[in-house]
Design a protein around this ligand. Structure first.
Ligand code: PMP
Length: 394
């Protein structure tokens, strides 16, 4: 055994001691509201497939057809990885988001990493909500910019930090935020952020990973729902959640996108998405745009489910979306809760640090437009029983 082996064994042991060890547990039928894991049928509350589109045959067929152009894209975007379909899709996305241009990235993680590290440099100041997604945190780290983290959703704190940055002489300032926060399901105070960004001459980038497809007319996202689309400098979103496919986009002014094409390393130095995936995204975009019934169903189910959880005495945090946490607190308690739920036919995984702050472990429920009402009722019963058994509710 080498020093490395001993050290890695110790690290794993430490993680286990803190109740933070993770395992890969295979499931099948993950694209559907009921999936199978280790031989058990479980009602699925752990996917980001909010509209159920990952299981949509039209999209799967489009992917199959797309695959006839090649199993892979064979090269990166600036070599031979841009085909007509991709160019058209980027144009359509720009129209959809009401921006001058758009760019498709390999994933949401790659988009945030590549955009933030390309835009920001050591001389810049970036203002990031404390609960922003890890890909935003990593993009900022890679950029070397001075990072001011403001308290979650706290525009007053952001204002104080903007003033501080002005005093320190930072000229270019970027505010970046998730729209819907992935672990709390609450929504950023976008109107306040926009007011501040305009007053302080900053720019605003939003990550609409969990809002895209779900909120706004034609699923255009949270900023469009609020009628603020044209005041945001850079929109980022993923195709891996409500769109049910994979990949991501960034949309904004023509020159910003041209600049990213020339500088964003996670976009330049990686193979383009396979044709099957871009074909799937294109098909999904049509369904998302026409998906008002799905959005309404998701909204109604989410509201009902959240109300019922609260009525049972659970703390659902600040959730105002299809993402609904049940606060548990302690890491191991969240694991026990999740396991007991699985024993009762419900899949909702425990979310632990470092994904969420220490002491705020929780069970996260993600609703789907095609969850059956009787399954939601059965799940509520299981959650309530488990909550009583583990003393989470009285
Ligand atoms: N941003 C947010 C807010 C996310 O929740 C996620 C995915 N969990 C990402 C970005 C990354 O997106 P992708 O899964 O497409 O890489």
């Amino acid at each position: 055994m080498t020093d490395w082996d001993r050290d890695i064994r110790r690290r794993l042991h430490d993680l286990d001691g803190q109740g933070l060890l993770r395992e890969r547990r295979p499931v099948s039928n993950a694209a559907f509201p009921v999936l199978e894991r280790e031989g058990a049928s479980l009602i699925n509350f752990s996917s980001n497939n909010y509209l159920g589109l990952a299981g949509n045959t039209k999209i799967v067929q489009a992917e199959g057809k797309g695959a006839y152009s090649g199993a892979g894209a064979t090269a990166s975007r600036l070599i031979t990885g841009t085909d007509e379909g991709t160019k058209m899709l980027e144009k359509e996305l720009a129209t959809y988001k009401g921006t001058e241009a758009a760019l498709i990235f390999g994933s949401g993680y790659a988009a945030n990493l590549g955009v933030l590290s390309a835009l920001l440099g050591r001389e810049d100041a970036v203002f990031s909500d404390r609960l922003n997604h890890a890909s935003i945190v990593d993009g900022i780290r890679l950029s070397g910019a001075r990072c001011f983290r403001y308290r979650h959703g706290d525009a007053d704190h952001l204002e104080t930090l903007l003033q501080k940055a002005d005093r320190q002489g930072f000229r270019k300032k970027l505010i970046v935020t998730d729209t819907v926060f992935s672990m709390d399901g609450d929504i950023a105070p976008l109107a306040d952020l926009l007011e501040l960004k305009e007053r302080f001459g900053a720019a605003l980038m939003v990550d609409d990973a969990h809002g895209g497809g779900v909120f706004g007319p034609e699923g255009k996202g949270v900023v469009h729902q609020l009628g603020l689309g044209d005041r945001v400098d850079l929109h980022m979103g993923t195709f891996s959640k409500a769109f049910g496919v994979y990949g991501a986009y960034v949309a904004g002014r023509e020159n910003w996108i041209r600049y990213l094409v020339n500088t964003s390393r996670s976009w330049i130095y990686t193979t383009a998405l396979p044709p099957a995936v871009t074909a799937g995204i294109a098909a999904s975009l049509q369904l998302v745009r026409q998906g008002e019934d799905l959005r309404q169903s998701l909204r109604e189910k989410s509201r009902w489910f959240r109300n019922e959880l609260q009525r049972a005495g659970f703390d659902t945090g600040p959730s105002a979306s299809q993402i609904i946490p049940v606060m548990v607190g302690e890491n191991r308690a969240s694991l026990r809760f999740s396991q007991r739920l699985a024993d009762r036919g419900v899949l909702a995984v425990g979310i632990r640090p470092p994904t969420v702050p220490k002491g705020t472990a929780r069970i996260r429920f993600s609703l789907m437009a095609n969850h059956r009402c009787e399954d939601l009722e059965q799940a509520l019963e299981a959650i309530t029983e488990t909550g009583r058994e583990l003393g989470v509710i009285a």
